[in-house]
Design a protein around this ligand. Sequence first.
Ligand SMILES: NC(=O)c1ccc[n+]([C@@H]2O[C@H](COP(=O)([O-])OP(=O)(O)OC[C@H]3O[C@@H](n4cnc5c(N)ncnc54)[C@H](OP(=O)(O)O)[C@@H]3O)[C@@H](O)[C@H]2O)c1
Length: 288
Amino acid sequence: MSKTISILGLGAMGTALDNALIDAGNVMTVWNRTQTRADALVARGARRAKTVSEAIAASDLIILCLTDYAAVDATLADVGPMLANKTVVNLTNGRPDEVRAIAARLEGYGARYLDGGIMATPPMIGSPHAFILYSGSADAFEGAKEQLAAFGQSHYLGEDPIFAAVNDLALLSAMYGLFGGYLHATALAGSVGVTAKQFLPLVEPWLAAMMTALPDYAERIDSGDHARDVMSNLAMQSVAITNIVTASRSQGIDPAFMEPMERLAQKRLAGGFGTDEISGIIEVMRAK
Ligand SMILES: NC(=O)c1ccc[n+]([C@@H]2O[C@H](COP(=O)([O-])OP(=O)(O)OC[C@H]3O[C@@H](n4cnc5c(N)ncnc54)[C@H](OP(=O)(O)O)[C@@H]3O)[C@@H](O)[C@H]2O)c1
């Protein structure tokens, strides 16, 4: 069923979201601070809102996709009372404190607030590989889930509005850890003349093989038992980690990405957990 939906924010991601909603047969109203960015969508049938108020007035479902929460605050600064009884889905990347503040403010105006974290790049939107995390008003999610399905798989995580943002940032941490590790590894291999393309057939299957350790780590983390059936103990692994840091320096590579891992491993080791699995490092992360 098609419904009027307003999107505020037509950057790379907002444009992809809008295209997916148009593809699904929805009637769209679009607003962007720089108006020309709406032209291609208007050519596809979207209605152009010249002001934020016009965009809010046009629809009961309002989707925001802006750079950050400061941009969200600036965009909604003068329209709060217009949001009464509307559903606001905010797909802007943010921190839990920002989410709590905006959820309280918009709910104070009588809006139903749903926060979201997009786990996809713009070209992935609308494909089965895209997934979006949501949390906040269950009524808002129930009412909008048919439309939101146009973006990819929806995962509703619960009523607390911060759940989506925290899980989003957690997943991005895993991604940046992977990217940072890959970049460090490629720089280190490059110090003996290996090109990134030559290194790829080694690093890609290696990372894929190491991913298979995660279910075992998850079990250890949840049980708190990092000591049973250990195959690769921390004392042994910390030698390799320190070797990476030292060798990087001598090869002229900045070890900055790996140094925190060395610090955490040493801290756990100093606690007497050298015979445990490396998953136990999470205990020193949690202790701050
Ligand atoms: N791109 C991705 O791969 C990706 C993936 C997952 C999640 N996201 C999230 O999606 C959100 C948008 O990302 P994007 O890639 O679309 O960014 P983008 O291409 O840089 O677009 C940023 C958007 O924010 C608007 N904006 C910035 N400051 C503003 C302000 N003060 N007032 C009003 N509008 C303002 C921009 O308007 P103007 O056009 O006027 O500058 C533009 O519409 C971010 O929170 C990002 O973390 C992006």
